[in-house]
Design a protein around this ligand. Structure first.
Ligand SMILES: [Fe+2]
Length: 345
């Protein structure tokens, strides 16, 4: 396995680059905007293909690298279901698996620091975001934080992991890089409380100043969405209502770009074909499934995904590859559902 812990000294943020092998797919957790060049250099040096960029929560102390990484690599941006950002490509929640080739992370919903904080468990290690820090815990006094919820996330979930589980947090201000669950349980001063009320009391007395970057970072981090409007302006988008009229139209091929797990969980549009986004380049080149489908049948390709982000990137790629009629459903299945579009399982 390739496992890299990268540090942004301006915000004391740890970013993690994971892959199962050289030459394989990679995933990055909590990237910082200013460090994007460095991450991409490393991705190239290790011969990796970045396919997913994930934030553990909406950060208040740095601007996320999610949007820049998506623009430069066409990777899938991922956040938890509770993150109130304009658009990310994929949303995950408790019990979901976040996977790339050869790696699978279990998603844990761990609110408290914010109401959109998630942790990710990968075998012997857990990425705790700002929920559990080394000898500390994330503050709970802004961004819909809740000390009570954090106590539950810590004592009810994270501290129930085996003692030897490695803890990789989103920040450290003292120079520590990794800890374990057992070590934190015994030595973390915030965890030496006897009740939820004691924890709430402790957290209410921290009196921390707001992060320097907060007024810049939070609004910026709520706008990671791709400009789907640009794709619409080019005439490459249909609304969910227009798309509903296309179901059953034999001149149209509806292509679902989501992952199998998303299809099983949320349902699919009747008659659509499954061609996952990570395989897009392969599918649209000559000899590829979509290329052959379009040229053999003359059908118009209509892409869709969860929120219209992956499908907007797919339209651009397909147009670049010569599919002049390719378009996508603006706003994806989310817009489809809101327009009352039927789904089947
Ligand atoms: Fe945070």
């Amino acid at each position: 396995m390739i496992f890299r812990q990268l540090f942004d000294s301006a915000s004391s943020t740890y970013t993690y680059l994971l892959a199962s092998r050289r030459g394989g797919e990679a995933l990055i957790i909590d990237p910082v905007l200013e460090k994007v060049d460095r991450y991409l250099q490393l991705v190239t040096e290790l011969d990796l293909k970045l396919v997913k960029a994930v934030d553990t929560h909406i950060h208040a102390d740095h601007v996320t690298g999610l949007g820049a990484l998506r623009d430069r690599t066409h990777c899938i941006t991922v956040m938890g279901e509770m993150a109130n950002v304009d658009v990310v490509s994929m949303r995950v929640t408790e019990g979901d698996k976040l996977s790339v080739e050869g790696l699978s992370l279990d998603v844990l919903y761990t609110p408290g620091h914010t109401d959109n904080s998630y942790s990710f468990l990968m075998g012997d290690r857990v990425f705790t975001g700002d929920t559990l820090l080394i000898r500390g815990t994330g503050r709970t006094d802004f961004q819909n934080g809740s000390a009570r919820a954090q106590y539950e996330s810590l004592f009810g979930k994270i501290l129930k992991l085996p003692d030897e589980t490695l803890v990789y947090p989103a920040h450290d201000y003292k120079g520590d890089t990794v800890s374990t669950i057992g070590e934190e349980r015994h030595n973390n001063p915030r965890l030496q409380v006897k009740s939820v009320d004691e924890y709430v009391e402790l957290m209410s007395k921290l009196n921390l100043p707001n992060p320097k970057m907060m007024d810049v970072a939070v609004p910026a981090n709520m706008r990671v969405g791709l400009a789907q409007d640009e794709i619409a302006r080019k005439g490459w988008a249909v609304t969910a209502t227009q798309a509903a009229a296309m179901v059953g139209d034999t001149t149209i091929a509806l292509i679902d770009l989501r992952e199998r797990s998303e299809r099983e969980k949320h349902g699919v549009i009747l008659g659509s074909l499954h061609a996952p986004y990570p395989d897009l380049q392969e599918n649209i080149r000559p000899g590829g499934m979509l290329h052959e489908l379009a040229s053999a049948t003359g059908k118009r390709i209509v892409f869709y995904c969860a929120f219209g982000e992956r499908s907007a990137m797919a339209v651009q790629a397909a147009q670049d590859a010569g599919f002049a009629s390719a378009c996508h459903i603006h706003g994806g299945l989310d817009a489809w559902r809101k327009a009352g579009g039927p789904l089947v399982r």
